[in-house]
Design a protein around this ligand. Structure first.
Ligand code: N01
Length: 485
């Protein structure tokens, strides 16, 4: 479509979602678009997460932009560096960087006289017709609240702030946390370091990942016959989005039972020592915390130089970590694999909508929007990854494309000329949030565990329905749910 009205648009964040938004906006005829990125390079989560062993935990042929299928993924689940290279190649092809302002963090966005006044660390950027947020969800590192953190004399850092020049060979390394990140690090680091201590507070369910290189002949076939690449995508998509995701939200009990059995069998057959197996057995339902996929964790943690520490941490001291049983685990390096504050979303940016109302105030009791893309009272504010996005269910790139496709319909409405403000009706958002609250108890996330899906108010931040429902909702806005001026 050729835009009728020349809209000035700001995108916040130059990760996978922000880049995609820019490409799609240009394709739709919008050329006055600026991406503000606080870092100096693009790539978002794949730029920040460079720890040893980082890979996608969705098969790569299911993790790509729909408009840029990639026949060349090297492994079933590609390493993070390869995904970053893919994003950089897409950025080059679409000349994305000319629209990015690097090193500029958006600090304020104020709705004034029918426009967003945007301010960055280098000052006012003037007025925009609409703002698209693409800031990711797993973005703000969480450091554990353990006494003595500052007293440690070795190196200590978060997994998303990896020290690339630090050689860990021959070192004693302690990793705190047992999520997807720590699990990947364990597989990669145990063979390299002198001694490896994994400090586990809660055991995790792990499903086996059939990882491995993709043969050259397969890649050549995908290159020659794009329809085969597409059917591989469809197969993975069906497996992940329809079966797995439906199982998690209670919509496919048979698939869920199968998943439980797979995880139990994997643990049973992989860990020989009954005492270690007991320590690694979670006491909550499979999928309550985000399910981990791994091909090498159980093997790595049983190596002679690896130790699973389950005594709670008492404090960090100059020479290592002291556990409650009084033992000092002497370490050269401590890695905080303690995850992210997934509920901070666009904070600490100061966002004020109609009547000067702060988003912080609107979200005082928890982040809430309408269909995860818009917020009542905040016109022309479109979120990729807003509250109740399917953060635990589907491939992120697919989610982002669907959400942006929906936002684009609203932006195109603004471009038609007779409407300059669009926001969801308050009652539509209330209805959506009531539906979310009603659906969540039926999901596995609500079966009694702590996880990054749940905020401090007890709200679960994910999408509680099937992929099919998500796709349908995102396919076309329900125009009656919006107020336009
Ligand atoms: O973080 P997590 P993550 N003392 O929040 C523990 C995605 N991801 O970085 O369970 C001791 O899952 C905490 O313990 P507990 C993926 O979606 C994607 O591993 O709260 N331990 C937990 O074990 C994933 O789900 C890829 O008891 C403390 C761990 O730290 C998400 O990122 C690759 C503690 C945090 O686990 C986050 O994974 C990797 C304390 N004080 C990750 N505080 C891709 O494929 C916290 N913990 C893209």
């Amino acid at each position: 479509m050729t835009a009728k009205k020349n809209l000035r648009l700001a995108v916040i964040g130059a990760g996978a979602s922000g880049m995609m938004a820019l490409i799609k906006l240009r394709e739709a005829g919008f050329h006055d678009v600026t991406i503000y990125e606080k870092a100096e390079t693009l790539g978002g989560t794949w730029r920040d997460n460079r720890y040893p062993g980082v890979t996608c935990d969705v098969p790569s042929h299911g993790y790509r932009y729909s408009f840029e299928p990639n026949p060349d993924w090297s492994r079933v689940c590609a390493p993070g560096s390869e995904i970053l290279d893919y994003l950089k190649a897409v950025a080059r092809k679409y000349d994305v960087e000319r629209s990015i302002r690097f090193g500029e963090e958006v600090t304020r966005a104020i709705w004034q006289d029918g426009k967003w006044q945007v301010e960055t660390t280098s000052g006012s950027q003037g007025a925009f017709d609409a703002v698209i947020t693409a800031m990711g969800v797993l973005h703000h590192p969480v450091y554990p609240d353990i006494p003595g953190r500052e007293s440690f004399e070795g190196e200590a850092f978060h997994t998303a702030r990896w020290k690339d020049d630090l050689d860990l060979a021959g070192k004693r390394v302690g990793v705190i946390g047992t999520g997807s990140t720590a699990t990947q690090i364990t597989g990669a680091l145990v063979p390299k370091v002198a001694h490896y201590s994994l400090f586990q507070r809660t055991a995790q369910w792990i499903a086996p990942l059939m990882q491995g290189p993709i043969p050259e002949e397969q890649k050549a076939l995908f290159r020659a016959r794009p329809e085969l690449l597409e059917s591989e995508y469809q197969r993975i998509s069906d497996e992940n989005n329809s079966k797995f995701a439906a199982a998690i939200v209670g919509a496919n009990p048979r698939a869920y039972e199968k998943l439980v059995q797979v995880c139990r069998d994997y643990l049973e057959t992989s860990v020989r020592n009954p005492e270690l197996r007991a320590k690694l057995t979670p006491n909550y339902a499979v999928g309550c915390k985000r399910l981990i996929l791994s091909e090498n964790f159980y093997d790595a943690i049983q190596q002679p130089n690896a130790e699973l520490v389950t005594d709670p941490i008492e404090r960090i001291e100059a020479r290592g970590i002291r556990t409650k049983d009084g033992r000092l685990h002497e370490l050269d390096v401590i890695v905080f694999a303690t995850g992210f504050d997934t509920h901070r979303l666009m904070r600490p940016m100061d966002v004020r909508g109609r009547g000067g109302r702060a988003l912080e105030e609107a979200w005082a009791e928890g982040n809430q929007g309408y269909l995860a893309v818009t917020v009542p009272g905040f016109p022309n504010w479109f979120m990729i990854g807003g509250p109740n996005s399917p953060i635990g269910n589907f491939s992120w790139l697919l989610t982002a494309e669907n959400q942006f496709g929906y936002a684009l319909r609203l932006i195109e409405r603004l471009a038609r000329g007779n409407v300059s403000e669009i926001a969801p009706k308050r009652e539509a958002a209330e209805r959506f949030n009531a539906d979310v609250r009603a659906a969540l108890p039926g999901t596995v996330w609500a079966t009694g565990c702590s996880s990054w899906y749940i905020d401090k108010h007890g709200n679960i931040a994910s999408w509680p329905w099937t992929f099919e429902r998500f796709e349908e909702e995102m396919s076309e806005p329900r125009w009656d749910d919006f107020e336009m001026a």
